[in-house]
Design a protein around this ligand. Sequence first.
Ligand code: UDP
Length: 478
Amino acid sequence: ETEINKPHVSVLSSPGMGHIIPLLELAKCLVIDHGIHVSFLNITTEASTAQIQLLHSPTLPLGLDVIDIPAVDISALVSHDTPIVARLSINVEESLKPLKSILIELGKPQALFIDLFCTQAFDVCKELSIPTFTFFTPSTSFLAFCLYLPTLDREVECEFIDLPEPVQVPGCSPVRTEDLLDQVRNRKIDEYKWFLFHISRLPMSDGILLNSWEDFEPTSLKAIRGHPFYKQIPTPPVFPAGLLIKHNKPELDDECLAWLDKQPSNSVLFVALGSGGTLSAAQLTELAWGLELSQQRFILVARKPTDASASATFFNVGEDINVNDPNSYLPDGFLERTKEVGLVVPTWAPQVSVLQHPSTGAFLSHCGWNSTLESMTHGVPMIAWPLYAEQRMNATMLVEEVGVAVKPVGIPGKGVVDREEIEKVVRLVLEGEEGNMMRRKARELKVSAVKAFEFGGSPHESLSSVIKEWKIENEISV
Ligand code: UDP
């Protein structure tokens, strides 16, 4: 079959590795498993080296075309302290102005798949009669929360963080106010308005694909499908499209993997805070000391600390691998003293390959949803270190509901976790019986994930049903 005869869809991702990675995985699944021709629309920003490598990698399958939407100048619309969702949304809004002509030029793809922050695309697609599916990349419990938020917004006058009780999301676990994401902690600012804008538009989707599987989040999935609240919205059909997470081939000459090969099994703590995470200088110092005091093996993905924001590298602000010298910001002599047990890599590590390596025993993570899925599908327990977005909700779920993570306690009022506490949790997860129990739980989940992912298992079927849906809408024979 030539590309011309194949069904053709587009996938549109908002900027940032945390969005691009899962959307690109979806695109690959559509191409490889379903024989579809995919145009991947990439909203260009000042992209990181990792992002350029990912999107222009020679290993992308045939039939997956990456199309760069030209970068826009948003400097007049944002300032250096514009929060992340507002900045992202403004960038998307401006970048998508030519979307209609791009889609027409592509010959009107038969469907468009977008992520949560590209909902401006709904209007254009409606005009062009292109069915549009949202790939909701965070957790299913977070989707339930999002679908409920417009109602909460109408019914509650005060700030949500001042509510006396946890937020009762219909059919799901209550959300503690301290776990609420940054975007809903101040209803007066644009950050909240943009967030509410996108999630209020979610029901305009022809279907919502979920980055999860049935056994991982059964309660929220059941609620979204069956609870009267979600029915009356009405909520579009949801598809747990499963493990659309990176299955990259281990890099052959990677420093981390070569180092891991020489370590005993389950002995190494992998420390990485997603694509955007950064710590304050004080916190990074405590973390380094905590690792050293624990005397456990570790790989630390090191980023220059900053007191400005917990997600400073999201747009690669000031982040350049060539000028990232961990010696300049880690405690004096740290690298020398820990060189027998630790490996420090600046900026970026091949996370999935590290997590699937048998020497990796635990993961200190900011609990971004991709990182969470990657850890669970490789049976690795976590130290939960939530930083931004919905990560506090993810962390609470992993610690309290799933039992695969431990969360260190911060110094009240200071927002810093001290070195003794870090030493304690690192030992607990790598050496302690509690760590073993969490590892067993994580492995059970891994097994259920593998089962779900097998050909014919639910995620594959889910994706097939979505495809069927739009094929029927387009009267294309299946
Ligand atoms: N990642 C990686 N190497 C790193 C840091 C992150 O490969 O050093 C990848 C990680 O595997 C995951 C993604 O970047 O797929 C981060 O997504 P996540 O949802 O965890 O966090 P976000 O970056 O959106 O905050």
